[in-house]
Design a protein around this ligand. Structure first.
Ligand SMILES: [Fe+2]
Length: 443
């Protein structure tokens, strides 16, 4: 396979296409594991998931079994979920609270700070056995930005802040909507999709599909009437079609003025209930006071569909949602979806927001099952022997709107650079279309 030819790009001729083997080849899936999932920062979870000493959550990240625990010393740690004796998982449930983790195989016991504290019949071990060196081990890098925790299996990965690139400012824009902080609402959706993981990355950025694919959802929300009219933008803001932006390092975003039916945290729509009007308006007024009219407009009256490369989507379109997707081979993925809510929100509004979240993104919702059907259908379509490429050239010739694919191309260029063994796609600040890979930085 000629990896260099996986992407066919002519910047000036308006061609950008990706070879379909990117979605179907086992060889490429193995390269992705080695060059992307073992090298990048990967999303792990939100700090609010472990509020108390002893709280833990089990996670699989890049195929590796991990668990994440707040020790009795209040520190957060991530461990490989593997006993240092014969390897079995020491944490065998998805979440809970524990002081000790005892391996069910030979009953070696670790405390919630990872130390090996007890070994049955310890006297049988000789001089070369050092219990204090047999504690649980951790991935080389763990860090967080504003409570969003990431892990990396690459000791030499750049620091998280620089990895996040320009995504950082949009994370701020989203999280600044609740100065009292955020919490993951209990209840996690988990499901699997019979499609390559990149279909989800691309779907998370793509606004072009929203009208045709999610027409049922539009009919439903339109039937509820319209919400508070959005204020006129106090700043020069792209028109109704919004913007598609590359945020560097493969991250991207769609940002567009809130449609009445797209509901950020601080803009009222009937779906959130008549009784929550005051609470939402008050939150907006507080944000205007704190950040000024311009930034408050960006926070409250625009929506964002953001992808943190490679596999973490942060959306604030039906409330703030966190979605991450774990590849299993080249044609299957496991998806986790959670919702973030302001800590100070009233129980009534929180309930409304959850219903709203479920009605859009839930497994029985009006919209997201459409996405899953489309992703699986594309994966089946890739088995067809005829067409060789997928096209991602939309909007190459212009300043890209949210319906264009500028961020999709930026994702692909970063992906291609990684697959070819480069750390990053080269940046061309002067070009409308952002990055390309002609001369990346070799790892
Ligand atoms: Fe969708």
């Amino acid at each position: 396979m000629n990896l260099k030819k996986l992407i066919d790009e002519d910047r000036f001729g308006g061609v950008f296409r990706v070879h379909r083997s990117a979605f179907t080849s086992a060889e490429i899936a193995a390269l992705e594991q080695a060059h992307i999932f073992q090298r990048c920062w990967l999303y792990l979870g939100h700090e609010s998931e472990l509020p108390n000493a002893g709280d833990f959550r089990r996670r699989t990240v890049a195929g590796q079994p991990l668990f994440w625990v707040r020790g009795s010393d209040a520190q957060m740690r991530v461990f490989y979920n593997s006993c240092t004796h014969w390897g079995a998982n020491v944490c065998r449930v998805d979440e809970g609270n524990a002081e000790l983790f005892q391996c069910f195989y030979h009953a070696w016991t670790f405390n919630n700070q990872g130390d090996l504290v007890s070994v049955p019949d310890e006297a049988a071990y000789g001089e070369g056995f050092h219990k204090e060196a047999m504690g649980l081990t951790s991935p080389p890098r763990v860090d967080n930005y504003r409570g969003l925790y990431f892990v990396s299996f690459n000791r030499d990965v750049e620091d998280l802040i620089s990895y996040l690139g320009n995504a950082k400012e949009y994370i701020d824009l989203i999280l600044d909507q609740a100065e009292e902080g955020w919490r993951v609402v209990p209840g996690t959706q988990k499901y699997s999709v019979r499609a390559n993981w990149k279909m989800f990355s691309l779907n998370s950025l793509d606004s072009y599909h929203v009208r045709p694919l999610h027409s049922t959802f539009f009919k439903y929300t339109e039937s509820l009437g319209s919400g508070d009219p959005p204020p006129l933008p106090p700043i020069d803001f792209p028109g109704a079609q919004g913007r598609s932006l590359s945020l560097r390092n493969g991250h991207g975003i769609d940002i567009f003025p809130s449609l009445a039916r797209a509901r950020p945290i601080a803009h009222w729509h009937p779906i959130l209930g008549e009784e929550s009007k005051e609470e939402i308006r008050k939150r907006r007024a507080g944000l205007v006071e704190k950040f000024g009219e311009e930034r408050a407009y960006l926070m409250c009256n625009t929506n964002r569909l953001m992808l943190i490369y490679p596999n973490f989507a942060l959306h604030d379109i039906a409330g703030v949602s966190l979605r991450y997707f774990e590849p299993v081979g080249q044609e299957y993925m496991e998806v986790t979806v959670q919702t973030l809510a302001p800590r100070g929100e009233s129980a009534g509004l929180l309930n409304r927001r959850l219903e709203n979240f479920l009605s859009f993104l839930g497994p029985g919702g009006f919209a997201h099952p459409d996405d899953i059907e489309a992703m699986e259908s594309a994966q089946i379509g890739f088995r067809a022997g005829g067409p060789e490429w997928i096209d991602a050239s939309r909007g190459m010739h212009r300043e890209a709107t949210a319906l264009d694919e500028l961020h999709v191309r930026a994702f692909w260029r970063q992906w291609h650079a990684n697959i070819l063994g480069y750390a990053k796609a080269e940046r061309h600040h002067d070009a409308l279309d952002g990055e390309r890979i002609s001369e990346g930085t070799k790892r």
